[in-house]
Design a protein around this ligand. Structure first.
Ligand SMILES: [Fe+2]
Ligand SMILES: [Fe+2]
Length: 479
């Protein structure tokens, strides 16, 4: 088992790259374009800063990363696959139980390539979305976390490009170029998925994005980690190790904002969380606005799961190239013929739960698993509020609220799940989604705090530092 990274190569890897000269040349010729993209579209204004980053040096669960100061353009983006599991079999679909494939199954080549490109496209997209945030960081600690997420999304792009170049020949090389050419939010060459073309204008947006939208990434990676195409499975399994930190950054970031808001309210004797004027006078972000931001990011992210009923999803599962969340832990035949899954549907102006064929309902199922994962995180935020004694509870909005994709698109539904007239929705949406005034207020707080150990007044410090460092550790040495 080769779990140590080969640092002799330009591209650190545990895939014996030096034995595959054709692939090595393809990656080395892609590398300069990647660096150009990083310099153009990566963290603006901080390319020369020395950042205390973790770099994946191994896939050994006991110690896969090392921490050190590094300038981001010199980060060692590598290609790391989780160790091969001896005797692994295709975990789902019509090839269930057959040995997992080490090469692309010819009949499913196009579908597989498409899935890899879509996943790959999200990775650089989020770096582009977040590129202006460094200049308004609420602390060096947060700035470091942002950059950690950014370099790891860069590595995830490498991971997908590796698969494209190794297994998909000329098509793969063209797709790898395309991944460097599209741009988040660009009118002519946008990124492939909606939520990855939205702006991430401030740090609350960043934390919400990493909580909600990186969590979609986690769910997709979980499903692809169940692929019968073993190199994809191994790649995604290692990416999930890094993704856990992105979830942490989002959840703890919002949690610390909530913490600070509640503390400020308590100190000032403000008991009504809905008295937005008084809370904002304290220079913190009121809880109703945090709820609105959650409504926005959750609903945008639900759209990423696609149509609830999907033959593409059924085909991918049948083919054994994309499984369900935790496929191998599910106790059924893993083929889903003749079984059903309950799907919430919008019919005649109301909702009904309909038993749909389980195979075509896989997107709905993965989205339900995602919602459940989000719900647990929101509960942990509510614990933070509860401990301070402030009377307020955050909640996920109804799944049909503010949707643009799938059967709820076009429906006008409140966060509580009440179907209303289009005009009413238009008139009231400012109650549920951040208004321009809300965004302006958040924006007004975004002044950088760059002293070691100092934090912006609208966010609490973390309980513990990164890599067990003390609170006043210099996480970023500014150039
Ligand atoms: Fe990623
Ligand atoms: Fe991520």
């Amino acid at each position: 088992m080769n779990i140590h990274v080969n640092y002799d190569d330009l591209i650190p890897n545990n895939v014996a790259l030096s034995d595959d000269l054709r692939l090595k040349r393809a990656l080395e010729s892609w590398h300069p374009g990647y660096i150009d993209w990083w310099m153009d579209m990566g963290p603006e204004g901080f390319q020369q800063a020395e950042v205390y980053l973790r770099t994946a040096v191994s896939v050994d669960p006991k110690g896969w990363a090392k921490f050190d100061y590094v300038r981001m353009p010199e980060y060692r983006w590598g290609i790391l696959l989780a160790p091969q599991v001896e005797g692994r079999t295709v975990p789902c679909g019509e090839h269930y139980g057959e040995p997992a494939w080490q090469e692309v199954p010819g009949e499913h080549r196009a579908l597989l390539r498409r899935l890899i490109v879509i996943q790959g496209d999200t990775e650089p997209a989020s770096v582009e979305q977040q590129r202006h945030l460094g200049s308004t960081a609420p602390s060096l600690y947060d700035m470091r976390n942002l950059f950690q997420v950014n370099v790891e999304e860069g590595r995830h792009l490498w991971a997908m490009v590796y698969l494209l170049q190794k297994y998909f020949g000329r098509d793969g090389r063209e797709e790898a170029q395309g991944l460097l050419q599209r741009r988040s939010g660009d009118a002519d060459k946008p990124r492939m998925l909606g939520a990855f073309n939205e702006a991430t204008p401030d740090w609350l947006s960043f934390f919400m994005f990493t909580f909600f939208t990186d969590r979609d990434g986690k769910m997709q990676l979980e499903a692809l980690a169940q692929s019968g195409f073993d190199p994809l499975s191994r790649t995604c399994r290692f990416m999930l190790t890094e993704e856990a930190h992105h979830m942490f950054v989002g959840e703890s970031g919002v949690g610390r904002i909530i913490q600070r808001t509640c503390e400020a309210m308590n100190q000032a004797g403000v008991t009504d969380a809905h008295d937005i004027g008084r809370v904002r006078d304290l220079g913190v972000i009121d809880l109703p606005t945090i709820q609105k931001k959650a409504n926005l990011h959750y609903s945008l992210t639900l759209d990423l799961f696609g149509s609830e009923i999907s033959t593409n999803a059924a085909n991918a599962f049948n083919a054994g190239i994309k499984g369900r969340f935790q496929e191998t832990r599910i106790d059924d035949d893993h083929k889903l013929h003749g079984t059903t899954y309950p799907v919430l549907e919008y019919r005649d102006g109301g909702f009904a739960t309909v038993d749909e064929p389980a195979l075509t309902a896989l997107n709905a199922r993965l989205r339900d698993d995602y919602s459940e994962d989000c719900r647990k995180g929101v509960q942990r935020w509510n614990k933070v509020i509860e401990k301070t004694g402030v009377a307020f509870e955050l909640a996920l909005p109804h799944v049909a609220f503010h949707r643009k994709v799938g059967q709820f698109s076009g429906a006008n539904v409140t966060p509580q799940g009440e179907v209303i007239a289009a005009e009413t929705w238009q008139a009231r949406q400012g109650e549920w989604l951040p208004s321009d005034a809300d965004m302006e207020y958040i924006h007004s707080l975004m002044t950088p705090v760059l002293g070691t150990g100092a934090f912006a007044p609208w966010i609490a410090g973390p309980k513990v530092g990164i890599d067990n460092k003390p609170g006043d550790f210099e996480y970023v040495k500014l150039a």
